[in-house]
Design a protein around this ligand. Structure first.
Ligand code: NAD
Length: 490
């Protein structure tokens, strides 16, 4: 309940009940747009996580016993309710992230679309049949649920992040314990309420609030959790892989990126600059697939820089629909970004624009940084190797295609990449040779749709793909079955 001037209390959802953490402690969640307290959030510890896992483990067998078609029907109903309640969802996403209602709507529509897509998989859920060398025998594969799925998510696109994991996990017959991001606690609770209304049995989707070390780690450690699916930073992903590895749990990691966008001398420079600005700055750069390294051929570098600076200068920063992007998620992240820019400057880089906290009317209290472009930094510098998760991009000058490709690949990450060229030869050569989970030729570094597989190589992931039908591989195991019959017994 939200009283006048009172922050709402956000609870856990365990066995269908919204309840505070057993320890009774809370933390404050601040609105990124204003810095004001937005909500008070229950702070879970291992005992709350234990209760959520117990609820999930108790509910899972009955959920798995339903037909996959029926599970798909409930998922479709959740998507319909998300559509019905779109305005309420958009309002919560916008308030928790500081992004504009327009951007929150785009993200919510993506979540709805994924719901419909995954619901349809309830009518497909294909395995394969194979012949056998033995007469009157054949083999087939069928998907099996894993049991309890532990889901841990980031805050950048909160409703999409919930949908990306919960829909495929449910379709496959798992029960879920989702650890909400401490920066977007209310969004998954809203989702869970709609799921309940759609007919999802209590205990099949549980939400725990709190911090990573207190509420996330116990989920990763618990031997009843069969699969841990994590979206977040590479540093935390590495810790999760270590902890879950000890007990040989299945682990899907969707991690950070430092994504290159290459601009060749035969590119449409206007469009390339437009797309580069969107890749770098939209959603305040808080995309794993943000275009955070722009690699430009020497002969068009000056013109491209001019076009990019024009676009950066035209960006309107603020939380409304009239703005291009909003604040970053919290004070700590903002301080990280500002620190990285300062260190880059001290190391000799040039900040062409931005790099400072925005203050003054409309900005005071909020976590704002303007579009930031850094040049004169080489591929081995901290700022061009570290993910900053903000509206910050580096600009690099290269001689030719080979140098561009080498620089694109000179990164610990391998999430997405893009190239702008009018040559089919360059485009093809790049898409084959760049080390990345997703590539766009004449497109942005982000914007992968709900029906296509998405994930990274190197430090960006562990090889799994979400969403697309490939997401079903994360949340199910294949069982291989032989059937033999005896024609004489017919
Ligand atoms: P983060 O790693 O700090 O936190 C992500 C989640 O992990 C949060 O819910 C947090 O509470 C939890 N967590 C933290 N420590 C934990 C621990 N020890 N054990 C278990 N859980 C723990 O990331 P963030 O800053 O919230 O999000 C930004 C990151 O997410 C960026 O690196 C971004 O690239 C990445 N991301 C990746 C994708 C993708 O699909 N590859 C999508 C979105 C975001």
């Amino acid at each position: 309940m939200r009283g006048r001037g009172e922050a709402v209390l956000i609870c856990n959802v365990i066995a269908g009940e919204e309840r505070p953490a057993v320890g009774g402690t809370v933390f404050e969640k601040f609105a990124p747009a204003t810095g004001d307290v937005l909500s008070v959030v229950t702070r879970s510890d291992a005992s709350d996580v234990d209760a959520a896992i117990s609820a999930a483990a108790a509910a899972q067998p009955r959920w798995a016993a339903r037909t996959v078609e029926e599970r798909g029907r409930i998922i479709r109903r959740i998507a319909q309710l998300l559509e019905r309640e779109r305005e309420a969802v958009v309002a919560v996403v916008a308030a928790e992230t500081g992004k504009s209602p327009k951007d929150a709507k785009g993200e919510t529509d993506g979540a709805i679309e994924l719901g419909y897509f995954i619901a349809g998989e309830g009518r497909r859920f294909y395995g394969k049949t194979m012949p056998s060398a033995t007469p009157n025998r054949y083999a087939m594969t069928i998907r099996q649920p894993l049991g309890v799925a532990g889901l841990i998510i980031a805050a950048n696109t909160p409703i999409a992040n919930v949908a990306w994991k919960v829909f495929p996990a449910l379709l496959c017959g798992n029960a879920c314990v989702l650890k909400a991001s401490e920066d977007t606690p209310e969004t998954p609770v809203l989702f869970a309420r709609l799921a309940r209304e759609a007919g999802l049995p209590d205990g099949v989707l549980n939400i725990v609030q709190g911090f990573g070390a207190e509420a996330g780690q116990p989920l990763v450690e618990d031997s009843r959790v069969a699969v841990v699916s994590f979206t977040g930073s590479t540093a935390v992903g590495r810790m999760i892989a270590e902890v879950a590895g000890k007990r040989l749990a299945k682990v899907c990691l969707e991690l950070g990126g430092k994504n290159p966008l290459v601009v060749c001398d035969d590119a449409n420079l206007e469009k390339a600059a437009e797309t580069a600005a969107l890749s770098a700055f939209s959603n305040a750069g808080q995309r794993c697939a943000a275009g955070s390294r722009l690699i430009v051929f020497d002969s068009v570098y000056d013109r491209f820089r001019e076009l990019l600076l024009e676009r950066a200068g035209a960006q309107k920063v603020g939380p409304g629909d009239e703005h291009d992007f909003g604040p970053v998620i919290n004070e700590r992240q903002l301080a990280n970004m500002l620190g990285a820019v300062e260190r880059a400057k001290a190391a000799g880089a040039t900040v062409l624009t931005g790099g400072e906290r925005l203050t003054g009317e409309g900005y005071d209290g909020g976590f704002y940084i303007g579009p930031t472009i850094v040049e004169n930094t080489d591929g081995s510098s901290e700022i061009s190797r570290t993910e900053l998760f903000g509206p910050i991009t580096t600009l690099h000058r290269v001689r030719d295609f080979d140098e561009a490709l080498a620089l694109a690949n000179a990164s610990p990450y391998g999430l997405t990449a893009a190239i702008w060229t009018s040559s089919i030869h360059r485009g093809n050569e790049f898409l084959h040779r760049v080390v990345a989970g997703g590539v766009q030729v004449n497109g942005p570094t982000y914007g992968f749709e709900p029906h296509v597989p998405f994930g990274g190589q190197k430090d960006s992931g562990t090889g799994w793909r979400e969403p697309g039908t490939e997401a079903l591989d994360v949340y199910s195991d294949w069982k291989t079955v032989y059937v033999t019959h005896d024609p004489a017994a017919v």
